[in-house]
Design a protein around this ligand. Structure first.
Ligand code: PPE
Length: 314
């Protein structure tokens, strides 16, 4: 269960958590017309800091543009400022932040352009996405029987609520069959991504990750990994990944805001590499976590500090 925080931001003002409700006939309920983000605020040695806020806000605005949400009323700067304020008013050290823009109440019918676009910002404390041991031990996953949303159906570069019906099918099937997560193939049969994570494959010391054209979300953690690899001297490239390359890889791992960097230890019950977290995933985790917890300098300007005005209650 979600633990409520004090405030949610709605269209420019803070309201109590329990009042953040929508009408059942809001456009989004029937037609899935929402775009959203998932952002982490980390507890660093210098206080709470939001990871790659600018990039998340930009992707949200991009998603709204793809869906012709022309009445989206907030600039990236306003949203970024409101998100920092949200963490501050809720007095949290670390949390997961969920901005949502949705087509609200007004008309019924598929064309929602006359409905208001309502914007909400909420946050809560969220633990380890794929279980407590996942980061250290790795997870057991499968290749899904469901195909990832195809080009010319739902645009994958938009983080839209409706995309997650496809993700739900992938995730529910995986869990029903005893796996932590499912990997979806794209419409051509190449590896795309997990239900809520991008994927990386390591063989002979080189990393490859599927390109944007394989119906993946342009992940911000994915981008961070590419940057870190550049610095650490680990060769990385975007390439089509045939399914069977997964099975013969030395390492496979997921990335995502929620999943962070999660190693995969088996796929379809085939052991990956040595069957536990590999050295490259571990190296990337160490670098990533030392930046987000402030142990190493924020050399890429990834963190937006949240100034805490009062002593933190929890
Ligand atoms: N692919 C998908 C389909 C996806 O949902 C995410 C984020 C990613 C890749 C990784 O993107 P990024 O977070 O920018 O590195 N998935 C979110 C989980 C959603 C959920 O509510 O569950 C997340 O990690 O926040």
């Amino acid at each position: 269960m979600l633990t409520p925080t004090a405030r949610i931001w709605r269209n420019g003002e803070f309201i109590p958590w329990d009042e953040a409700k929508i009408h059942v006939l809001s456009h989004v309920v029937s037609y899935g017309s929402s775009v959203f983000e998932g952002i982490r605020c980390y507890e660093t040695v210098g206080g709470p800091a939001i990871f790659r806020l600018r990039e998340h806000v930009r992707r949200m605005v991009d998603s709204a543009k793809i869906y012709r949400m022309d009445n989206f009323r907030f600039s990236p700067e306003e949203l970024a400022e409101a998100i920092v304020e949200l963490v501050r008013v809720n007095n949290l050290r670390s949390c997961y932040i969920r901005p949502i823009a949705l087509r609200g109440y007004g008309e019924m019918g598929v064309n929602g352009t006359k409905n208001p676009t309502d914007v909400y910002l909420a946050c809560w404390e969220w633990g380890k996405y794929l279980g407590p041991e996942a980061l250290a031990e790795g997870v057991d996953v499968c290749v899904s029987s469901w195909t990832r949303i195809a080009p010319n159906t739902l645009p994958a570069l938009a983080k839209a609520g409706a995309n997650y019906m496809n993700s739900q099918l992938i995730k529910m099937e995986a869990v029903a069959n005893g796996y932590s997560e499912g990997i979806a193939l794209d419409a051509s049969g190449y590896v795309s991504e997990g239900s809520g994570e991008n994927i990386f494959v390591v063989r002979d010391g080189k990393i490859i990750t599927p390109p944007l054209g394989t119906s993946v979300l342009p992940g911000i953690t994915r981008d961070s990994i590419v940057t870190l690899c550049g610095d650490l001297g680990i060769p990385i490239s975007e390439q089509m990944v045939p399914r069977e390359l997964l099975y013969i890889a030395d390492e496979v791992f997921f990335s995502g805001t929620a999943a962070e960097i999660t190693p995969i230890r088996s796929i379809d019950r085939i052991t990956i590499g040595k069957g536990h977290r590999g050295p490259i995933a571990e190296k990337l985790q160490n670098e990533f976590f030392s930046i987000v917890n402030g142990a190493k300098p924020d050399r890429y300007g990834w963190l937006t500090p949240v100034e805490v005005r009062q002593p933190v209650a929890r």
